[in-house]
Design a protein around this ligand. Structure first.
Ligand SMILES: *Cc1c(COP(=O)(O)O)cnc(C)c1O
Ligand code: SF4
Length: 349
């Protein structure tokens, strides 16, 4: 932590981002009021929120259009009746996390990379989240000062990269993350520290000096994968946060989930790529929805996803094309989806 940040904390209490996090909206009625939305939406919102609570920071709500129930940012956070639907094929653990847990809150699926479930907490609750049913209380790497996870990593010289995920790892305090980063620094076979987080997008205040100190101040090469799904998420405050990360030498990528009613139009995907480029962020993955129970209404069929990719490829340079992938339980990589042909194997055009 920099001297300046330490001084600020000593004088003003918790950092600004923790105050913003604590003030996040959790009451569906308050969200509807803030956006001038029809109170008739309230019953469904309460119903959905009983399955997975509402949580959204004010700064994110301010990027939504007032009075528009179809706003693409609102859709990502507003609980709905539809989440109670039991759709065949939509299950609790669609990506096979349970079978990849190796203890200590570590998921080890892919060669050379291990993922730490750093916490179950998030700054925002995304309705499509594939870990909405994950047993965070039992599988959480931060307990016992990371000892279980660190022991696992120390014994595996083939692991080069540690991913911090969750939940959202950046919802933890910098003190805990600093502890972890320092311990990882001391494991000689590790090379990269990768953070997957939605916080720089939904709560850009999070990117302060204290964060940059542990993320980019050590021996490991820092990588941050943002999770932005729509260009309207990337406002000026987010651009500032991203500029601070870039200035500290953090390699920046973005992954998105293809979501019905959020980013299922080629214009939106094009604008997302262009905006990411302005910010200096490389589009990485575009995920097909993981088929988690309660999220069926977000699904874009694979055939439509392929057509969208073909349309996008006609418009943007290759470096702004994300890789369309699907996560199949038990596979040693994210499955690339070939969008150059349609389902019959014929060339599309
Ligand atoms: C997605 C994922 C990774 C990272 O995969 P990349 O293709 O390297 O981005 C690593 N571990 C787990 C368990 C994952 O689910
Ligand atoms: S884990 Fe990620 S996708 Fe799931 S609720 Fe948290 S921030 Fe959203």
């Amino acid at each position: 932590m920099s001297a300046e940040t330490a001084r600020r904390q000593a004088t003003d209490g918790p950092p600004a981002w923790q105050q913003a996090l604590a003030a996040a909206i959790r009451d569906p009625a308050e969200l509807l009021r803030a956006l001038d939305l029809d109170p008739a939406l309230l019953a469904g919102a309460h119903h959905g929120a009983r399955l997975f609570p509402l949580r959204v920071p004010w700064g994110y709500v301010r990027r939504m259009r007032r009075g528009d129930p179809a706003d693409p940012l609102l859709r990502q956070v507003l609980p709905l009746d539809a989440e109670a639907a039991d759709t065949p094929g939509f299950i609790e653990d669609p990506v096979g996390d349970a079978q990849s847990l190796v203890g200590g809150g570590v998921l080890h699926k892919y060669r050379g990379r291990a993922l730490l479930i750093a916490t179950g907490a998030c700054a925002i609750h995304c309705r499509y989240c594939f870990r909405r049913h994950f047993p965070y209380a039992e599988e959480n790497a931060a307990v016992h000062r990371w000892q279980g996870a660190l022991a696992y990593l120390r014994e595996r010289p083939d692991i080069q990269e540690v991913l911090l995920s969750g939940g959202d790892p950046l919802s933890l305090s910098d003190r805990r993350l600093q502890d972890l980063a320092a311990a990882l620094d001391g494991i000689p076979h590790l090379r990269r520290l990768r953070v997957h987080s939605r916080l720089p997008v939904v709560l850009p205040e999070r990117v302060d000096d204290a964060l940059l100190a542990w993320l980019a101040g050590g021996r490991l090469r820092p990588v941050l994968v943002l999770h932005a799904n729509h260009p309207a998420e990337l406002d000026a405050a987010v651009a500032d946060a991203v500029a601070r990360l870039r200035g500290a030498g953090v390699a920046l990528y973005n992954q998105a989930v293809l979501l019905r009613g959020v980013n299922d139009q080629v214009d939106t995907l094009e604008a997302l790529g262009e905006r990411l480029f302005e910010l200096g962020v490389q589009p990485y993955y575009l995920h097909l929805l993981d088929r988690v129970r309660g999220a069926a209404h977000f699904e874009v069929p694979e055939r439509e996803a392929r057509a969208l990719m073909r349309a996008l490829a006609e418009r943007v340079p290759g470096y702004l094309l994300p890789r369309l992938v699907r996560e199949d339980a038990g596979r040693p990589w994210k499955t690339p989806v070939d969008w150059t042909r349609d389902r019959n194997g014929d060339d599309a055009e």
